[in-house]
Ligand binder design. Structure first.
Ligand code: HEM
Length: 410
């Protein structure tokens, strides 16, 4: 990666000129057909750079090594999670992800038992049923547009079911989510956030009269410092569960199926040995981390020799961490026997609460497709589209497959 020094920028005095990186981060990640390869070119440059246009067009520090990103996840006194809400006028905080310890722990504790592996196992039946119903709608066609027909729908349906919301909200939720995450225009994004907040407010009011799910029972009964959770914090919690679990799962599914569609040997191995799917999910998460958490410098400090000032943004791109050769040999190769841990779901106090749910969802989907279809592939000339930004996601992925009885046996 060439680090360009420029004099045309408004560079703060404390930023060492050799760390100035005069690029737009999103454009840089779009320079190749594969944004993971494109982003990982940062590993050839300095471990920390000051980027001109990194966070919604604003400058930010980028930590470009696994070790630094991992450390930053733990150093909450230096890297704060308190962040801008999707609608500044609302005063809503993203709970618990937008809070720092010790306040963060008070809210995280409320959700933790619900998201435990044991509790998530009780949701498996619902996830399998949802997955099967979506596959039933496409199976006989022999092809689908995986994102529209499947990946965007599954996590939304799981969310609706978890919350106790009506399934006929599905298309509306998908539309809001697309606007919130993809719209270029700030006004459109804020408008979508307000629509979601308005819907969630009405939903919470209804649930106060008649609570229909375990998750809502936990949230409505929750106390913080001996008082019931404030309405605005309940809203912030529901809002985070909505945005935290949808885009990430469906984006991950997109990258995983794009990879799987090019590796028939792995398809067959997992078909023959469904027990290996759990290891494959770990490796896919290592190789295709979709998120780019952000922090704000909490106090003037020097981090690994780099002077940072209070209020500056810091980006922790997990997709760079997952491809760091200092941690993973041959990092761009998918090897399900690698058995390496990853920080795709973060680490430290903000470790993803939905990690067990997400991994089970992905495991169930892979098993369901492989047990029904063989030779899953991208049709000739099919291509794919993707976007970068807060999350790396696939927008369009045409797939086709053979049915077992086309030529007999899977
Ligand atoms: C492949 C799917 C997923 C990925 C890659 C992912 C990734 C992450 C990451 C990197 C964080 C840390 C954010 C930060 O430190 O700023 C996080 C936090 C969080 N995630 Fe996920 N996530 C996924 C799925 C889910 C699901 C399905 C849910 C829930 C339905 C969920 C709920 C949360 C919550 C509540 C937090 C905040 C935890 C806290 O601040 O203590 N995530 N996730």
């Amino acid at each position: 990666m060439a680090t360009e020094i420029t004099t045309t920028l408004n560079i703060p005095d404390h930023v060492p000129p050799e760390l100035v990186w005069d690029h737009d981060f999103d454009s840089f990640c779009r320079e190749l057909d594969d944004p993971f390869l494109a982003a990982s070119r940062m590993l050839d440059g300095p471990p920390i750079v000051w980027g001109r246009s990194v966070f919604f067009g604003r400058p930010a520090w980028i930590l470009a090594r696994h070790a630094l990103i991992e450390e930053a996840f733990f150093r909450t006194e230096v890297f704060s999670s308190e962040r801008i809400t999707p609608d500044e006028r609302s005063g809503m905080r993203m709970i618990p992800v937008g809070l720092d310890p010790p306040e963060h722990g008070k809210y995280r504790r409320i959700l933790q038992p619900y998201f435990s592996p044991k509790s998530m196992r009780s949701m498996e039946g619902m996830v399998i049923e949802t997955c099967d119903s979506l596959i039933a709608a496409i199976a006989d066609k022999g092809h689908c547009e995986f994102i529209h027909d499947f990946a965007a729908r599954l996590p939304n349906m799981v969310f609706l079911s978890m919350m106790g919301m009506p399934l006929d909200m599905l298309d509306q939720f998908i539309e809001w989510e697309q606007l919130l995450i993809r719209a270029k225009d700030d006004e459109v994004r804020t408008g979508a956030a307000r629509s979601i907040m308005m819907y969630l407010n009405g939903f919470i009011a209804e649930q106060r009269k008649e609570t229909t799910t375990e998750l809502m029972r936990i949230l409505l009964a929750a106390e913080v410092d001996g008082k019931p959770m404030a309405d605005i914090d309940l809203l912030g919690t529901c809002f985070l569960l909505y945005v935290g679990g949808l885009d990430t799962v469906y984006s991950s599914l997109g990258w995983i199926f794009r990879y799987l569609a090019q590796d028939q040997d792995l398809q067959q191995r997992l078909r023959d040995n469904p027990k290996d799917i759990a290891a494959a999910v770990e490796e896919f998460e290592r190789a295709y981390p979709v998120a780019r958490p952000t922090r704000t410098v909490a106090q003037d400090c020097t981090f690994h020799g780099v002077p940072m000032r209070k209020g500056e943004f810091v980006i922790l791109p997990t997709y760079i961490a997952g491809r760091d050769p200092a941690v993973y040999a041959d990092p761009h190769r998918v090897d399900i026997d690698r058995k390496a841990r990853n920080i795709t779901f973060a680490t430290g106090p903000h470790t993803c609460l939905g990690v067990f749910l997400a991994k089970r969802e992905i495991n169930i989907v892979i098993e369901a497709f492989l047990s029904r279809f063989r030779n899953i592939r991208v049709p000739d000339g099919g291509g794919y589209d993707y976007h970068v930004g807060g999350v790396f996601g696939v927008d369009r992925l045409p797939l086709e497959w053979d049915m077992p009885n086309d030529k007999g046996g899977l």
